[in-house]
Unconditional design. Sequence first.
Length: 165
Amino acid sequence: MKNTEKFFENILYTARWLLAPVYFGLSLALLMLTLKFFQEVWHVLPHIFETSEADLVLLILSLVDLSLVGGLLVMMMLSGYENFVSTLNIHEGREKLDWLGTMDAGSLKLKVASSIVAISSIHLLRVFMELRGIEDDKLMWYVLIHLTFVLSAFAMGYLDKITKH
């Protein structure tokens, strides 16, 4: 019985490596996001002098949004891998990100929630900049959804603070 239990526990522990391809897949998503970022830049550059200030601001907000999602992907890839699969072995002489090894699953959730709030804020700002074509009830839903994200992130942070003390 003891050998069966040990065998089962070893299989479960080794199964964490099934997450490694998932984190690699996130790196492919990061590549797609990067390509989309530069596609947007390449698309607007020839028309930059004909583009209105409001449209340019909306484009820049889209680029900021893409960069926030990219940062979220990097955080999820590296911290998730390090928390759930294996420690990253960064060679001597290579730059190591300061936050690596410091984020547990709880702080990773808070960072994700904060990033979602930031991304939602940018989307809401874009909606406000295009306010003319948006119905009042739709605008109300945008605001309520954003507030839901904000309250959720706040509640997660508060609960995390309570449980750590």
